[in-house]
Write a protein that binds this ligand. Structure first.
Ligand SMILES: Nc1ncnc2c1ncn2[C@@H]1O[C@H](COP(=O)(O)OP(=O)(O)OP(=O)(O)O)[C@@H](O)[C@H]1O
Ligand SMILES: [Mg+2]
Length: 253
């Protein structure tokens, strides 16, 4: 059975795209069939996968806007286990059209659930801010992972996503949407403050926080410029190990 996982947080720069990219690669390296979908007009995931979001012919935009669009027309295989549906800059226009024209927000859900492709995991990268693109991702998803930077504003993003999950469960046709977990990111092992924030997160949302903590590591930012993910570029680094541990937690259910 396919597990559709959206990675979301209204806060920007918390590691959403990095999480999709690295979890996607770790799961694919483990022999799982993985589809990554870029729903962010910034299209970092697409760029980090080596495509130019200004030149993408068919992107996730087509899936959102055209219900008859099939996955096979937008999907780009990366290797035997990993595929990407790229994002493009016109996703920003999609967001506006979807609101203006009162678009049904479940096209993505329908196309993913009715697809003849068999993926073990679909990982959806969402933009910062809780806008209509994030709603479309959450309507389509079974589970949500919320990356959270271990700093003072951490809980604000979590609360906003929790609130949105409740609304989508009750009013948008996806009652089974499940918060798979808050994933602490950018953890500074030398900061007592970071450790305090982490304790607070674990206390406030007990049972819904990954055991794994993703450490801060400059190699994460270097990797995409070398055309690699950190799990491939520096597999022995603590951050690569952490993403493998996080993937094990996801695999455990
Ligand atoms: N664990 C980490 N250690 C160091 N740098 C990181 C880490 N995780 C992500 N980064 C870097 O921080 C920046 C923001 O990360 P990323 O783009 O994944 O966040 P995001 O939540 O997707 O941002 P946005 O909200 O803009 O989409 C990137 O340059 C990324 O390479
Ligand atoms: Mg991002």
């Amino acid at each position: 059975m396919t597990r559709i996982i959206a990675v979301a947080n209204q806060k920007g720069g918390v590691g959403k795209t990095t999480t999709v990219l690295n979890l996607g690669h770790v799961l694919a390296n483990a022999g799982k069939r993985v589809l990554m979908i870029d729903l962010d007009p910034q299209a970092s995931l697409t760029m980090w996968m080596g495509s130019d979001p200004y030149r993408v012919e068919r992107s996730s935009y087509s899936l959102l806007m055209y219900p008859e669009m099939s996955l096979s027309r937008v999907l780009r295989p990366q290797n035997s286990f990993l595929a990407l549906i790229p994002g493009s800059v016109d996703l920003a226009a999609a967001a506006i059209r979807m609101v203006q024209e009162q678009y049904p927000l479940n096209h993505l859900r329908t196309v993913l659930r009715e697809s003849r492709f068999t993926f073990d995991f679909v990982l959806i990268d969402t933009p910062p801010g809780l806008n209509v693109l994030t709603v479309a991702a959450l309507v389509a998803a079974d589970e949500v992972i919320v990356p959270v930077q271990c700093n003072h504003a951490a809980m604000l993003g979590v609360r906003a996503v929790q609130d949105m999950i409740r609304r989508i469960q009750t009013g948008m046709g996806n009652p089974d949407l499940n918060l798979r977990g808050v994933l602490p990111t950018f953890f500074d092992t030398e900061s007592a403050y970071g450790a305090r924030v982490l304790d607070e997160i674990r206390l406030l949302i007990a049972g819904q926080v990954f055991k794994t903590v993703i450490p801060y590591d400059v190699q994460v930012a270097d990797a995409p410029h070398l055309g690699k993910t950190v799990v491939d570029y520096a597999p022995q680094s603590s951050v690569a190990r952490a993403y493998r541990d996080a993937a094990d937690e996801v695999l455990a259910g």
